[in-house]
Design a protein. Sequence first.
Length: 254
Amino acid sequence: MALLEDKIVLVNGGTQGVGAGIVRAALREGAHVTFTGRRRDVGEALAAELAGTAFVQADLTDPAQARGSVEQVVAARGRIDCLVNAAGLTSRGTLLDTTPELFDAHIAINLRAPFFAMQAAVTDMVARKAPGTVVNIITLSEHGGQPFLAPYVAAKAGLAGATRNAAHAHRWDRIRINGLNIGWTETEGEDLTQRLFHGAGDDWREKAAKELPMGKLGQVDEIADFVVFLLSERSGVVTGSVIDWDQNVIGALD
């Protein structure tokens, strides 16, 4: 049997990058998948490509729409079994140059949106007295990160804490909530970030790969398979874990 056979899955931030990879993997493993994104054209194109999925346009910076993404799935499908919060903002800012507006933007998408989506999903699960799973896509940088990621790190570190808190609060409800601290990953968004903020050329992937222990950046399909495992019963009783998914070891020094 497929890992997510007949599960009702919502992937917030599922139109590109890691989120889209998770949509594909969950669909392959038998789930009924709904995903959200801001851009209707991109979302509808992906839904047309992936028969059996549904797209919901949502601006997750609005808490009502973050909750509403879950509520629409419950209204359409009768329940939600699995939630993935994959939407994220990675724009740059240091402690000294981050404006209140930039800080609030990071909090809105990287912390507040997943918090209220979790709230809505767990509300449905508790009301039905049914088990469920949540996976939050966080970042290895939540351990401290680079100086130019100050507001990003602040928000994502908050999400790591919220993940553990929610997992502890609802373990007796059989709701498992975990997070994944992904490292440097090859995505369309990362390509844009490298060119926009770091002046990278067409060969940035090759240069980066040579400096990494495994000789490659993290790959979307590998992350997606791991997320599906965490969503599924195959991951057993694991809850409250924020897993470092990377080739560098936090705290270790050469």
